[in-house]
Structures are given as C-alpha cells and as structure tokens.
Design a protein around this ligand. Structure first.
Ligand code: AMP
Length: 227
C-alpha cells in the first residue's frame, strides 16, 4: 500500500496518551504507507544525545515530565517536515501536543495536505504498567516490553543485537506527571480534531498489537489507493 489517492500530501497525526502504542505502531504504519515516521520525542532525544543547545533546553522539560515550549517543538518539527522525504506526507508521533501546535500545523499546510488524526484510546490504568516496563534498542529503536513482549536476552535486541535501554522519563514518578500533562494540554486536541470535518478516527489501543495495527490500516484505507 503506497500510492496516495490525491496529489496533496497526507499527514497522519497519532494522538493519545504516553504508552498508548503510538511509537510501537508508527514503524509498521510507516512501512505499509511508505511515509516517514516523525517522532518529536525522538528528535528531542537525538538533540540531547548530540548535546546541542536545543537538546540542553529540551532535557530540562523532558526530565520533569513537562512539554517543551511550543515554539521550540514547532521550529524543530517544521524543519524536519520541510525535507524532501515528506513530499508525500508523513506520520507524526507526539506532535501536535497542544492546541497551539495543532493550529500552527493547520496554518503550515493551509489546506494543502489531507490531515488524518488517529486517536489511540486506552484507559489510564493500563498505561503506567505499559510505560514503566518498556525498553528499546539503542541501535535500531525496536521497542520491547519486559512483561508483554520480552526480548530473548534482557539486554540485547533480538533483531540487531544492539543494547536495550529504558528511557529516563519512563519512571513511575515522571509517567504520572506526563499523564497529568496529557490530560491538561494534549487531550483537548481530541475535540479540536472532532470539530474539523470528521478528521478524527478513534482506535481502541487496549487490544492485541496485530488487531490495533489492523484497525489503524482500516482507518487510513480510504485515504490511500490500496490498503
Ligand atoms: P514522547 O517520546 O512523545 O513520549 O515525548 C517525550 C517528551 O518529549 C515529552 O514528555 C515532552 O517533554 C517532549 N515532547 C515530545 N513531543 C513534544 C511536543 N510536540 N511538544 C512539546 N514537547 C514534546
């Protein structure tokens, strides 16, 4: 499935609380749809690894479980989506996180992209265990869960043999703060996208991974020639 029905780029926005499965499904979706997966969290983390000025500022917010200021997130995201691999569109994971970011994204495309928002719906109770048990490969980014999807060797990636690590902000204390921030600042986006000509599709993400991926593909199918 790769040919886009219309000439406009297709921007798929993955909405939902931390731990809902946005990052896990963005990879397979990106492969199926031939659209790049852009995670603002990953972009910030790579700035932190490179010790850039932006990375130093972002780190202080991320470590506290807060959102990085809109202006910084927007500049970084717009710079990324101006690259040629986004000409047909992209899959946004973790952006927008505020209504101001969503409005800026709409402004940026001025109706010249079809935007589809997929809301990963999951009760809060399921999230803390999901997040605090997740680990990922430093090399290829493959995600695992210590209980639900453990690697064969607890320190090495099954796929590439890279080192597995836990994100510094995936501790219980920071997760609770991130959930609070989600409810206050990001959840209002559900209403924002509901108001815009049925652009929001709800996905039950408290199901088996393959079922969630199926539902996601079904939800985007009308926007692509083949699914
Ligand atoms: P994530 O990897 O999406 O869970 O993001 C990790 C952290 O990066 C968040 O808790 C925020 O501190 C920051 N972050 C990621 N995306 C954004 C965004 N669009 N706006 C502001 N902060 C963000």
């Amino acid at each position: 499935m790769s040919s886009v029905l219309v000439s406009h780029p297709t921007v798929i926005v993955l909405l939902g609380p931390p731990g809902a499965g946005k990052g896990t499904h963005a990879g397979p979706l990106s492969e199926k749809l031939s659209l790049p997966h852009i995670s603002t969290g990953d972009l910030f983390r790579s700035h932190i690894r490179e010790q850039s000025k932006l990375g130093a500022i972002a780190k202080s917010y991320i470590d506290a479980g807060k959102l990085v200021p809109d202006a910084l997130a927007l500049d970084m995201l717009f710079d990324r989506i101006s690259k040629s691999d986004c000409a047909q569109g992209c899959i946004l994971d973790g952006f927008p996180r505020t209504v101001a970011q969503a409005e800026a994204l709409d402004q940026r495309f001025k109706g010249e992209a079809q935007l589809v928002a997929l809301n990963f719906d999951i009760p809060d109770q399921a999230l803390v265990e999901r997040i605090t048990g997740r680990i990922a490969c430093k090399e290829c980014g493959r995600p695992y869960h210590l209980r639900f999807d453990p690697p064969k060797n607890p320190t090495r990636c099954d796929g590439c043999g890279g080192t597995l690590y836990q994100r510094a902000d995936d501790t219980v204390e920071i997760v609770l703060k991130r959930l609070e921030v989600y409810h206050a600042q990001t959840k209002p986006l559900i209403d924002y996208y509901k108001q815009g000509a049925l652009r929001l599709k709800n996905i039950d993400s408290n199901q088996r991974k393959d079922q969630v991926l199926n539902d996601l593909l079904e939800a985007v199918a009308p926007h692509f020639a083949k699914c």
